[in-house]
Write a protein that binds this ligand. Structure first.
Ligand SMILES: Cc1ncc(COP(=O)(O)O)c(C=O)c1O
Length: 374
């Protein structure tokens, strides 16, 4: 089945009494266990609405098994703390979401886990790997500069050294990219973004082999980052329109990026769909569309805050992946916690603005972004 069909049907369990087409919301936290092969409890990640949405995501991500968590960060911490132990080393590609970066630099060493950041080429990754490296963690396309990682190459390199590969697939969504098919071991999402898609949910997902997911889940049960039944229900409902939304957002972003790229008031547009983007060819090979996220750097004479205030349609907000187009300034939001020195090194300047393109009309979005340039 194609992604659009999977998004609608996979996992969904019909309501048996009345024949309702939707999975019923099963909000009980006390569940009979004598006649079930499993003891079920919300924090064990195995109630009805959890199982259904985990199955839908497993189908969409071409995975054996899945876990749904209370946020994207809960998914990342379940993976890192579930699979790494004292003495292990993890390699991460540069340009990660600021919250992930903060988790790594502030928490890992307290648990005896060391880390290194590297650029995305195999040579750069290989240069920082040690005999204790257990995992490579990447984000592609990355936040906020849309760097693209060659997933098949990284997976092959890691396999040759017996290391696990994990990807944050939030920006692409399973509609545009399936990293497990490229050889990755685990894929996670901030479901708060495209999966939820309506800017009203906070959740995360992890997908991979049954063995790895069992291991992650065993630890996650102790950490307690499960998602409640109501939000699992809403996430399942949102996922049914994922393909429609993401395809439209991706088509819109391609148009918007092209129009911004023509403006003399913009220094640079970062979008993998543009032919001069360094990751364009890899993205073309491993993605089914370039996604709804793009960033651009304003000309030096334009004040970013005044620019944002001149926008009429596009809303200034953190988060991304919703049906409405939003803009934010990474230095004040996602990368606020990163040191100024580190931001400068990565190219995250005050004039860099990140856009999450929504499902509105592409001309309306472009016209608003261009009129505010002055
Ligand atoms: C790429 C990416 N990964 C992970 C996260 C963390 O997700 P959450 O806020 O759902 O914990 C975010 C949040 O902005 C993100 O953009």
């Amino acid at each position: 089945m194609k992604k659009s069909t999977q998004a609608v049907h996979a996992g969904t369990r019909r309501e048996k009494n009345m024949g309702g087409l939707n999975t019923p919301l099963m909000s009980s936290s006390a569940i009979e266990y004598l006649d079930d092969s499993e003891v079920r409890y919300p924090r064990y990640f195995n109630t009805l609405n959890h199982d259904v949405v985990a199955e839908k995501m497993s189908t969409l991500e071409c995975a054996e098994a899945g876990l749904v968590t209370s946020s994207g960060m809960a998914a990342i911490s379940a993976i890192l703390f579930g699979l790494l132990v004292n003495g292990d080393h993890v390699v991460l590609t540069e340009g990660l979401y600021g919250g992930t970066h903060a988790l790594i630099v502030n928490e890992l060493e307290r648990f005896g886990i060391s880390y290194s950041f590297a650029e995305t080429s195999i040579e750069s990754l290989a240069a920082v790997c040690t005999t204790n490296t257990r995992m490579i963690f990447v984000e592609s396309p990355s936040n906020p500069l849309l760097t693209v990682v060659d997933l098949a190459a990284v997976a092959a390199f890691a396999k040759s050294r017996g290391m696990l590969t994990v990807i944050d697939n939030t920006f692409a969504s399973p509609i545009l990219q399936n990293p497990l098919v490229e050889g990755f071991d685990l894929v996670m999402h901030s479901g708060t973004k495209y999966l939820g898609g309506h800017s009203d949910l906070c959740c995360g997902t992890v997908n991979g082999s049954a063995v790895l997911i069992r291991k992650v889940r065993d630890h996650a049960v102790a950490y307690g980052g499960c998602l409640n039944a109501q939000d699992c229900y809403l996430l399942e409902r949102s996922l049914k329109t994922l393909e429609l939304r993401v395809r439209r957002q991706s088509e819109n972003a391609t148009i918007v990026a092209g129009r911004l790229d023509e403006s003399e008031h913009i220094n640079q547009v970062y979008y993998p769909g543009l032919k001069d983007h360094p990751g364009h060819e890899i993205a073309e090979r491993q993605m089914r569309g370039f996604g709804g996220m793009l960033s651009f750097e304003l000309a030096n004479d334009i004040d970013p805050i005044s620019y944002i205030r001149r926008l009429e349609l596009v809303k200034c907000a953190i988060s991304l992946g919703g049906v409405e187009t939003t803009i934010c300034q990474p230095v004040a939001t996602s990368h606020q916690k990163m040191s100024e020195q580190e931001r400068q090194r990565l190219g995250i300047t005050a004039g860099l603005l990140r856009i999450s393109v929504g499902i509105e009309d592409a001309d309306d979005i472009s016209n608003d972004l261009l009129q505010a340039l002055g």
